[in-house]
Write a protein that binds this ligand. Structure first.
Ligand code: BG6
Length: 572
């Protein structure tokens, strides 16, 4: 239960636990958040649990995991999506199997049952069934004789061993068991583990061959996660922006210069990410084009298919990611690796697959980010992107100096109670609106896109980021009396063009909120963003994050766990 609660931050809709009680498996499942009180299940020393984020089948108790085998001799939990589920299910129904849920998970259960008829052991049946699955899947099985079998192909799977080696943990996230274990074993795709009679063995799923487990130190053992007196993790994490920028600067010059040299030599440079990390990847590409004069391209993880045939030897992919386990991005990186391209990553969670497969692995060292809405990690990711570009430009020291100044500037912004109070007031007004528009260009184009993401995640309202130059081509039809337009302007080469767009909106009655170093007549409301030159975009994201935070609070939403989204999406 404690482990499932520590997975709370990842986002889910239902949960379940199975325990072994004298060779009988007892299960409790519920919809909603993991219960604070203890389930009505017997004491045990062996059990498995799961938090579900619905993919196949609605949010319901029957669809929650674990799922029983027909004879209740084993139960199974899954993270992933079985892409050939229809075909497998049709075949299993023909063989007389029944299904009590709408999930693809139960299809795996029946498949294991079918394989077991001819297999010499449970793990052999799991291995054979697993090899029939298409898609990225990770499963864990508990049998009524106490055996546990787990297999990974996609979603993360890690083992933890306590100091006295008397406690063994399996999980999708080190965080769930971090305080209890001394060392961890990250399973690779294609690995399977069998735990029997208090011992465990690692095998290759495709060959069944034994593998030597390579344990490593648990870096999260003493990492505490508390709100440090803040009402929400989001507010605390927004206020950690100066710290995470200093962490990016603290990384040694040699590492940046090594990556910069590889970028300059690369055939094509791609920057790839999903969600907020997708905006950070695009901002990194912008900095590489602007300061590195590198023709870098941005890719959204789930929308990169047509690039796959183009990616190959000599190419370099840069991937910012909080978790390092986002399936959309991992799939493209795995393809790139197979094609001999190189990978650079900037990740926050230790022990991730992305870090493992990287030729240039950077860690954010920003501490856990608990709120599902990414804030401090976005700041860390774009600060990293800027510094990598400055290293390519051959001005790494100047880049570090600019970032340290920006960290001090942001510190002053966050410490200014009137400033934050004003943002709170604007957020309360915006919370009454149904549609919110954001306008920006150049260094602020991805900032308004991420501002839009934050406002959508925090307020559940329709927000729309409009590239300033594109306004007149379509979005201007949406401009009318009273519609809120938040514009991000910096003292840069596109300032005048953005102001033109602002005038076009206010001429049609829009009420403009300006985020800028100076106030302009067309602004109805104004939030000062100090001019930090090349890094102005990094300072400009802070008021957007605070607006989203205060809108979420004003609207009474679950700030740290907005509905329907998850902290790390390990399914495609
Ligand atoms: C989403 C998160 O699920 O995944 C976003 O809600 C995040 O905050 C995105 O940016 C990508 O995740 P990651 O771990 O690759 O940064």
């Amino acid at each position: 239960m404690e482990g499932l609660r520590r997975l709370d931050y990842r986002g889910y809709d239902s949960w379940g636990v199975a325990v072994l009680d004298e060779n009988v498996i007892k299960v409790e499942k519920q919809v909603g958040i993991v219960a604070k009180e203890r389930p009505t299940l017997p004491e045990t020393t062996i059990g498995i649990g799961h938090t579900r984020w619905a993919t196949h089948g609605k949010v319901s108790v029957p669809n929650a995991h674990p799922h029983y085998s027909t004879d209740k001799s084993f139960v199974l939990c899954q993270n992933g999506i079985v892409e050939n589920v229809e075909e497998l299910k049709k075949e299993l129904i023909k063989r007389g199997y029944e299904f009590f849920s709408e999930t693809d998970t139960e299809v795996i259960v029946r498949l294991v049952e079918e394989k077991r008829k001819r297999a010499k052991s449970l793990e052999e049946a799991v291995r054979l069934a697993f090899n029939d699955l298409e898609g990225r899947n990770t499963i864990i099985v508990l049998a009524d004789n106490g055996d546990i079998v787990a297999a990974r192909n996609g979603s993360p799977l890690v083992l933890g061993l306590s100091k006295n080696e008397k406690e063994l943990y399996f999980s999708s996230d080190v965080f769930s068991f971090a305080p209890h274990v001394e060392k961890i074993l990250v399973l690779n795709n294609g690995d399977m583990v069998v735990c029997r009679d208090r011992a465990f063995t690692v095998f290759a799923i495709d060959t069944g061959k034994k593998l030597k487990p390579l344990f490593e130190k648990n870096l999260l053992k003493d990492v505490s996660v508390d709100k440090r007196g803040h009402p929400h993790f989001m507010e605390k994490e927004i206020e950690e922006a100066p710290f995470v920028i200093r962490q990016v600067v603290a990384e040694g010059d040699a590492k940046y210069k090594k990556l910069a040299a590889a970028i300059k030599k690369a055939r094509t440079v791609y920057c790839i990410g999903s969600g907020t990390a997708g905006a950070a990847a695009a901002q990194t590409a912008y900095y590489l084009r602007t300061y590195g004069r590198i023709n870098a391209r941005e890719l959204i993880g789930a929308e990169a298919h047509e690039y796959e045939p183009l990616i190959g030897k000599g190419d370099l992919l840069l991937a910012p990611s909080q978790s390092g386990e986002t399936a959309d991005v991992l799939e493209v990186l795995e393809h790139a690796k197979r094609k001999d391209a190189s990978i650079a990553s900037h990740v926050n969670m230790p022990g991730s697959m992305m870090t493992r497969m990287s030729d240039f692995a950077f860690m954010a060292n920003a501490g856990p980010e608990i709120c599902v809405m990414s804030t401090k990690i976005f700041v860390s990711q774009i600060a990293w992107g800027y510094l990598v570009a400055k290293a390519v430009e051959g001005k790494l020291a100047e880049g570090k100096k600019n970032l340290l100044e920006t960290a001090r500037t942001i510190e002053k912004m966050l410490a200014n109670k009137d400033y934050v109070g004003k943002i709170k007031h604007l957020a309360q007004n915006l919370s009454k609106k149904e549609h919110i528009f954001l306008l920006g260009k150049g260094q602020n184009l991805q900032i308004i896109k991420e501002g839009m993401v934050k406002i959508i995640e925090g307020s559940y309202k329709h927000a729309h980021a409009i590239p300033a130059g594109d306004l007149k081509h379509y979005a201007i039809t949406l401009m009318e009396e009273g519609v809120p337009v938040i514009v991000a302007i910096s003292n840069d080469e596109v300032k005048a063009e953005v102001l033109n767009a602002v005038h076009e909106t206010s001429a049609r009655g829009a009420s403009v909120i300006g985020l800028a170093p100076e106030r302009h007549d067309a602004f109805e409301d104004y939030l000062h963003v100090p001019d930090t030159g090349e890094t102005s975009a990094i300072a400009t994201i802070i008021p957007f994050q605070l607006l989203a935070y205060h809108m979420a609070v004003t609207l009474g939403h679950n700030v740290d766990k907005p509905r329907n989204i998850a902290k790390s999406v390990t399914v495609k």
